[in-house]
Structure formats: C-alpha cells, structure tokens
Design a protein around this ligand. Structure first.
Ligand SMILES: [Zn+2]
Length: 233
C-alpha cells in the first residue's frame, strides 16, 4: 500500500457520519476508485466534484481507498458555473458508474472528458456516451439492423438499437431520431466523419434520447440525470 497520485474527477459524494464522505472517482491511472474522505464537507477541506484535478490517495486492496487530498486543476474552474457542462457531466458519470467496474482504467475516456468545453458540449457528450458503451462492449452495431442485420436504410433508432426500414415497418417502430440525427449516430464509428459534423440542439436531444434510452436498457434501470439534462438543454 503506497501513496499514489493520479489525475481524477470525483463524481459522487455520499455523506458518511459527521463530515466524512464516501466518494466515487474516475482516475486516469486506475479507473474507478471508491474513497473514504474524512472532513469532506468542512470549509477548509471541502471537496469539489465534477472538476478534473490531482488526487493523492492510498489504494487499498479492499475496495475502499484512503483519501489524502484533491487539488482541482485551475484550468477547469470554467466548469463550475457552466450548467451546460456540469449537467452533462452528471449524465456521463451516471452512465460511467453503471458501465465501468473497478480496475478498468480508460485513459482515452479520461482525455475525452477533459476535452469538453463551452463550444463543443452538444457534440462531445453523445460521443462520450457512445464511447463508454462501445468500450464496455455493449454498444449496438451502427451499420446493421438489430433485427435482420441488413445494412440498408438504417434510420430508425430506438432504445434497443438501430433498425432498417423493413423491420421498423413490420414491428411498427417509431424512431426517436430524424434522418440527420440517425446519421450522427452512424458517424460515431468513423472519427473523420464525426469530426466534420455539427450537432444542433434538436439533434443533441434526439441522439441523447436514443443513447440514454439504450443505456437504461443495458443497465436495466432509469437514469436519474437525464430528466434534468432535458429540462435545461
Ligand atoms: Zn431489419
């Protein structure tokens, strides 16, 4: 058991006795961590969540690690007063927490989260959710109908995946995406196509409806943060 340092984002704090907390963090080096934080709520040692920073801790063989300190990265203070970003981070980390296990580091995901800013949040949030589903091995195929595996006319997106026009007529399915939004989803697998896309408010709502519905289907429980995201989006 040695003292470790890793970049991390603390994404959940649950009060534990007086001023202590049990926290969940996503660290660059170790992936998901569960930490015991003494004095998490005091004025002096208060812990800020949803802020990238440097975590100093001791990783224990049991799943509860010992926290020493967390130093927020001042470059990300812009997140604090930005509801657009903070609410989307709530959704991203609710899905992260459901999909990722302990000892499942994902540096690419960490880098993606750090790329979020006030100019790209509509475009990067759906991509990050896709990325997490894909990396945990549960994302539906983007170029084959869920029902018949056809690769033609794939425009009907539901919370169970993407369907061709024949199957969506046979099964009377309603798509939560129009053609432009379905196209955005189909571009997730091709970073050069995705890079050139623009995602507007309407498209973000449709794509997030599809992806969060699918994540709920995979996790077998509703996502608490999605309603708040749609309220302010
Ligand atoms: Zn089909």
């Amino acid at each position: 058991m040695s003292r470790e340092r890793s970049e991390a984002v603390i994404y959940r704090l649950v009060k534990y006795s007086d001023s202590s907390a049990i926290a969940m963090a996503f660290s660059r080096v170790y992936g998901k961590l569960k930490l015991f934080i003494p004095k998490a709520y005091t004025k002096k040692g208060g812990v800020i969540s949803f802020m990238p920073g440097m975590l100093d801790f001791v990783k224990k063989p049991t799943d509860l690690s010992r926290y020493y300190s967390f130093e927020p990265d001042t470059a990300f203070y812009k997140y604090l007063n930005n509801h657009d970003i903070i609410l989307r981070l709530h959704l991203i980390f609710e899905i992260y927490d459901g999909l990722y296990h302990m000892d499942m580091p994902d540096e690419k995901l960490y880098d993606l989260i750090l790329k979020m800013d006030d100019t790209n949040f509509r475009k990067i949030t759906p991509y990050i959710i896709y990325f997490m589903l894909k990396h945990s091995g549960v994302m539906f195929e983007l170029d084959a109908c869920v029902n018949c595996a056809s690769d033609e006319d794939l425009y009907t997106v539901t919370s169970s995946g993407i369907f061709c026009s024949v199957c969506s007529a046979d099964l009377s399915l309603t798509s939560c995406c129009d053609k432009e939004s379905s196209y955005i989803i189909k571009c997730f697998g091709n970073s050069s196509l995705y890079r050139n896309l623009t995602v507007n408010r309407k498209q973000e709502i449709q794509v997030l409806t599809a992806l969060s519905g699918y994540a709920e289907h995979v996790l077998e429980r509703p996502l608490k943060s999605i309603k708040t995201v749609f309220d302010i989006i």
